[in-house]
Design a protein around this ligand. Structure first.
Ligand code: PMP
Length: 413
C-alpha cells in the first residue's frame, strides 16, 4: 500500500470535525480510496509535495488556477507589494480599475467587467443579469456541465427544493435538436443560455463543439433576445487570451472567468456587452473580500505574463508532447488510451473501458511513482498544465507512466 500515513491521519481527524472530511470535488470518495494523497504540504513551479513528503510532477495545477506555476516569483512579488500597501480595505484600490480596463481590452465583445472570488459567484450572478435584462425566468444549460454549487446548477440534490430548478432546463451537448426543442417549448420565456466552450464533464470524455453547435445557439440567442453566457472558468486563458469563444468563433453576451485569472489568488470576473451594462448595474453584487487588492495585483501580473510569454501556445505544445507520449505508451503496451479535449486541458482514459477501473489503478501507480518522484495523474477529471512545466517534466512523467504500465501488467487481473 502507498505510504500516505500522514494524509490518512489528517483525514481521520478531519472526519471528526468536517462533514465528509474533505468535501467537494477533492473528496477521496470519488477515487480509489487510499490511492492518492489527501493533503498537500507545499508547492513550487510544476511540483508539489504531499504531507508525507512525496514529490509529484503536477498535472492538476490546483484544479486549474495555477497557469504560470506554483509560487510564480513575479506574481508573488506583485501580490506581496500590494499586501504591504493594503489588501482588504474600505474601498476598492486602483488595481480594480486597472484590471477591469485590461480585461475589457482583452475581450473583444466586452464593455464592462465585475469581480468576485470564485467561478460560481460569477455564473450565478450572470443568470440574474440575464433575467434582469429580459424580465424572463428560464435558463437553459447543458446536462452534465459544471457551473458551481448554487441551487440552479449544483450537481447533487442535497438541500434543494423543487422550485430551485423549476425554471432551469437542460439540453444535450452537441444535440441541437434537444436545444431547439427547449427553445420551441419555452418560446418567449427564456432569459439566458449557459454554455462552456467545450464540454468537460467529470468521469467522461471532453467533447469539442460540433460544426455549428455553438453558432446555432449564438444565432438563436441573438434572434430571440436571449442572453448567451459563456462559462470560461475552466478553460479561460489556457486556450486564448481573449476568451475561449475566440477559438470557436462565437460572441457571447457575458463571459465568466476565474481559475487561471490570478495564478492561484482568489478572483473571478464576469465581462459583458454594452447592452447589458444597465441590468448589470441593477443586480446586487458584493462580498466581504471582493474588493481585496492583492489578488487583483496578482491578476494584473498574471495577465501580463500570459501575454508576454504567449502561454496558450506553450501549453498547447507541452500538452501535445504529453498526449503523444501517453498515446504512444498505450500502443506500446497494447492498452490504447483515448485523449479528448484541448491538449492544454486534456482528459485521458483507457479506450476499452468506461468505468475507469483500470485507469484509476494506472493513475494510482503513477502517483506512487518511482525513486521518490511521482506524477499526479487524475483518474476522472481533466488535467491542467502550467507554463512552468518543462519538456523534461513531461518526459519524466512519461517515464513514470511507462513504469506504471509495466507494474500494472504484473498485477494479477
Ligand atoms: N464553471 C466551470 C466550468 C468550472 O470548471 C468551475 C469550477 N470547477 C466552476 C464553474 C465553478 O467555479 P468555482 O468552483 O470557483 O465556484
Amino acid at each position: 500500500a502507498p505510504p500516505f500515513g500522514k494524509s490518512m491521519e489528517l483525514f481521520r481527524r478531519a472526519a471528526e470535525v468536517i462533514p465528509c472530511g474533505i468535501y467537494g470535488h477533492q473528496s477521496p470518495a470519488a477515487a480509489l480510496p487510499g490511492a492518492s494523497p489527501y493533503y498537500a504540504e507545499r508547492a513550487s513551479g510544476s511540483r508539489y509535495w504531499d504531507v508525507d513528503g512525496r514529490e509529484y510532477i503536477d498535472f492538476m495545477c490546483g484544479y486549474g488556477p495555477i497557469v504560470l506555476g506554483y509560487g510564480h516569483p513575479e506574481v508573488e512579488e506583485a501580490a506581496a507589494r500590494q499586501r504591504k500597501d493594503g489588501d482588504t480595505m474600505n474601498h476598492p484600490s486602483a488595481r480594480m480599475v486597472e484590471l477591469a480596463e485590461r480585461l475589457v481590452d482583452m475581450v473583444d465583445f466586452s464593455a464592462w467587467c465585475v469581480f468576485g472570488k470564485n467561478g460560481g459567484d460569477m455564473t450565478s450572478w450572470a443568470i440574474r443579469v440575464a433575467r434582469e435584462q429580459t424580465r424572463k425566468k428560464k435558463i437553459l444549460r447543458v446536462a452534465g456541465a459544471y457551473h458551481g454549487i448554487d441551487p440552479w446548477c449544483s450537481h447533487t440534490p442535497g438541500g434543494l427544493i423543487e422550485e430551485d430548478r423549476s425554471q432551469i432546463h437542460t439540453f444535450k451537448w452537441n444535440d441541437l435538436e434537444s436545444f431547439n426543442q427547449l427553445i420551441r417549448r419555452h418560446v418567449g420565456k427564456v432569459a439566458g443560455v449557459v454554455v462552456t466552450p467545450f464540454h468537460h464533464p467529470s468521469f467522461g470524455d471532453c467533447e469539442m463543439p460540433d460544426n455549428d453547435f455553438l453558432q446555432v445557439i449564438e444565432r438563436t440567442c441573438h434572434d430571440e433576445g436571449i442572453v448567451l453566457i459563456l462559462d470560461d472558468i475552466r478553460a479561460g486563458f489556457r486556450l486564448h487570451l481573449g476568451g475561449s469563444h475566440r477559438v470557436f468563433g462565437i460572441k457571447p453576451d457575458i463571459i465568466c472567468f476565474s481559475k487561471a485569472l490570478g495564478n492561484g489568488y482568489p478572483i473571478s470576473a464576469a465581462l459583458g456587452s454594452k447592452e447589458l451594462r444597465v441590468p448589470a448595474s441593477r443586480v446586487f453584487l458584493t462580498g466581504s473580500f471582493w474588493n481585496s487588492a492583492a489578488p487583483m495585483a496578482a491578476s494584473l501580473k498574471t495577465l501580463e505574463i500570459l501575454e508576454r510569454d504567449d502561454v496558450p501556445a506553450k501549453l498547447n505544445a507541452l500538452g501535445l508532447r504529453l498526449k503523444d507520449g501517453l498515446v504512444a505508451l498505450g500502443e506500446k503496451y497494447g492498452r490504447p488510451i483515448v485523449a479528448s479535449g484541448p491538449p492544454a486541458t486534456p482528459f485521458y482514459r483507457f479506450a476499452d473501458e468506461t468505468n475507469f477501473r483500470d485507469w484509476q489503478q494506472f493513475c494510482a501507480i503513477a502517483m506512487e511513482g518511482r525513486n521518490g518522484l511521482a506524477a499526479f495523474f487524475h483518474p476522472h477529471h481533466n488535467w491542467f498544465l502550467s507554463a512552468t512545466h518543462s519538456e523534461k517534466d513531461i518526459d519524466q512523467a512519461l517515464e513514470i507512466a511507462d513504469q506504471a504500465f509495466v507494474t500494472m501488467n504484473e498485477l494479477p487481473r
